[in-house]
Design a protein around this ligand. Sequence first.
Ligand SMILES: [Zn+2]
Length: 278
Amino acid sequence: MAPRLGDLATEALAWPARILFPPVCVGCRRHVTQPGALCGACWRQLRFLDKPWCPVMGTPFQYDMGEGFLSAEAIANPPPFARARAAVAYSGVAPRMVQLLKYADRTDLAPWMARWMLRAGADLVAEADVVLPVPLHRRRFFTRRFNQSAELARAVAALAGKPFAPGAIVRVKPTRQQVGLGISERQDNVRAAFRVPAESDIDVRGRRVLLIDDVYTTGATVSSVSKALKKSGAAAVDVLTFARVLPGHFSQSDIGAGEFRSEDFGSGDFRATGPGPI
Ligand SMILES: [Zn+2]
């Protein structure tokens, strides 16, 4: 079948950029065919999260435990948000993607990451009235220049055709970086750090909010934001992140190092149900 004229035009427009910036794998810098793509080896290291999972926490179960079966985590410590979902486990090339988006101005990665998030959070996205990012404090925003959660939230909202309200929740207390803190220190650090400004009441009150962040670690930050949103009348809050540190894989030293070794997650058990190489 002959290629459509539109495809040829897109190709023609794309080639000068490819010559100037030959696309390399986000994980290992090997050459790949498309910008933003991963090579096969890095792709296989990603673990896409999928059902069966806890309907509240979105953490995968080894076996299907039946409708409505909750994880021990959800029962022992019910979160202030309704549901949490993440696209991938925080392992393999996922930490590197997060770092590039956060510190290396690779905002071009956000739409790729958002596509995977839409897949994991399809129900949450479909039911959302408004999409919000976890905010940075103004001071940090200026030093880093952009909020990686806002980049992901913008891409999710655009792909899903949902309203995006980046200023609807603000950080009123300049919190320390969560990296290197233990679970209770993380909770103290973000307590009462967020607020819905009066002018944003209309974006939140009575609405089902989809809150976006890059990584779910202990849930301290998204829980604190969820509480502030519900205090301001949000009907419910769902949380969608790119990556998730799976329960049992959190420890201070691991998070401080900023990386998980892929062998921590067992090699070769990545599901074949991912959306296919990007
Ligand atoms: Zn690679």
